[in-house]
Write a protein of this length. Structure first.
Length: 137
């Protein structure tokens, strides 16, 4: 019985120490697993943020390239419109000069016919003036 008195408290103390260290070991292992998992989550989040930043930068560059292309198209269209206007203006000038030559050529012939009668030439000049003033806006 004497041995049992010594053995029972000693076994209880030994059980407390073993239980304490087992619980401490389990807690440390669980905590280590949780820290490793948290580290993986942080790394994944960082990787996703970096990927999103790269994707957004690529989209920005793509948008800027499209904007530059659109501006170039606008400038090309404006240039084409100006060239078209210049061609039309040149054609109109050429037609105007041709009509002017035609009028000068026909008026020179009519003036030479009318110059034979002095009264007829003054009346034709007066008639031209009235036609011009009547057609003027």
């Amino acid at each position: 019985m004497n041995a049992l008195v010594w053995l029972l408290p000693l076994a209880a103390l030994l059980g407390l120490f073993v239980g304490y260290f087992a619980q401490k070991l389990t807690t440390a292992r669980t905590l280590g697993d949780a820290e490793a998992r948290a580290q993986r989550i942080l790394e994944d989040a960082t990787r996703l943020v970096d990927q999103a930043a790269r994707d957004s930068e690529a989209k920005i560059r793509e948008g800027e390239a499209k904007a530059r292309e659109a501006e170039a198209r606008i400038r090309a269209g404006e240039l084409e419109a100006k060239e078209h206007a210049l061609r039309i203006r040149a054609e109109l000038d050429q037609e105007g000069r041709a009509r002017q030559k035609e009028i000068q050529g026909s008026s020179g012939a009519s003036c030479s016919r009318r110059s034979s009668s002095p009264a007829g030439s003054t009346s034709s000049i007066a008639g031209r003036r009235t036609r011009r003033t009547a057609s003027a806006p």
